[in-house]
Design a protein around this ligand. Structure first.
Ligand SMILES: NC(=O)c1ccc[n+]([C@@H]2O[C@H](COP(=O)([O-])OP(=O)(O)OC[C@H]3O[C@@H](n4cnc5c(N)ncnc54)[C@H](O)[C@@H]3O)[C@@H](O)[C@H]2O)c1
Length: 265
């Protein structure tokens, strides 16, 4: 019996990196996983690799109509969703995100994916999880939402002003959704995850920002990680799995930091 056996799960941005690792761990532990991804080739490849009940649906977290069709598609195939991982995010649209050089276009592009995408996910996710009226009305609805923030949402990021602000918003939104659902007796938990330095495409993109010296920047950044090594996507995925599972049944509105001790210093 898997840790999320038979649960219906959706993971946004699951075509690569942390999202792919989360989709994989959820599927390994028995969930029926929908890979909701913008990049069709990458999303289909993950669904093919997972096999079994895993399916790919093309999805853009910025687009409200896309959320409606995703939830309709999942309901038709599997029924009410139990787990939603709002993982999709972008770092930047330009190579520099210091205050003076960040234009409104870049600021808005980052907020649109990272904040509006998570807001729409929570809104449509809660609606789909309570489609039977929810526990408050005698239904068996309920569920778990995990929102992807970052340590950039906890501490200053003067080199990434738009990204840090977006992840701070995700942290705060998570708590509001958690309390709203709890007070209404919906049985839906909502928590945020805060990775530090993780080896993914985005991890490399972070290290390439500014001077472009990826190798030197990785070394400098790892000097700031007390555990001395970067996190892997599966390290974050295992935390997501815990929060999504019934093992975390009394955990809501919480922040789970996965950073090798970086922010504890
Ligand atoms: N890698 C890190 O060091 C790190 C650290 C902290 C937080 N995070 C957060 O973790 C999440 C995943 O990061 P990652 O490193 O795996 O990133 P990644 O860039 O490797 O993967 C992101 C995925 O999201 C998808 N995506 C982007 N825009 C989308 C949209 N509009 N709709 C649907 N899908 C979209 C991409 O196609 C890609 O598959 C992000 O929210 C990121 O901000 C990453």
């Amino acid at each position: 019996m898997g840790r999320v056996e038979g649960k219906v799960a959706i993971v946004s941005g699951a075509g690569t990196g942390i999202g792919r690792a989360a989709a994989t761990r959820l599927a390994e532990e028995g969930a029926l996983v929908t890979i909701a991804e913008f990049d069709a080739e990458a999303g289909q490849a993950v669904a093919d690799a997972l096999g079994g009940d895993a399916v790919f649906m093309q999805h853009d977290v910025r687009d409200e109509a896309s959320w409606q069709s995703l939830m309709d598609g999942v309901a038709k195939r599997h029924g009410r969703p139990d787990i939603l991982i709002n993982n999709a995010g972008i770092l930047a649209t330009e190579n520099n995100q210091h205050l003076a050089v960040t234009d409104l276009e870049q600021w808005r592009a980052v907020q649109t994916v990272n904040v509006e995408g998570v807001f729409l996910g929570c809104k449509y996710g809660v609606a789909a999880m309570t489609a039977d009226g929810g526990r408050a009305k005698g239904g068996d609805g309920g569920g778990a939402i995990v929102n992807m923030s970052s340590i950039a949402g906890l501490v200053a990021t003067s080199h990434l002003v738009a990204y840090g602000a977006s992840k701070g918003a995700v942290r705060q939104l998570t708590k509001s959704v958690a309390i709203d659902c709890a007070r209404k007796g919906l049985g839906i938990r909502c928590n945020s995850v805060h990775p530090g330095v993780i080896v993914t495409n985005m991890g490399n993109q972070v290290m390439g920002m500014g001077n472009g010296d990826v190798e030197a920047n990785w070394k400098a950044r790892l000097d700031l990680v007390p555990m001395g090594e970067p996190g892997q996507a599966v390290d974050v995925a295992n935390c997501i799995l815990f929060l999504a599972s019934d093992e975390a049944r009394h955990v809501t509105g919480a922040e789970l930091v996965v950073d090798g001790g970086m922010t504890a210093v």
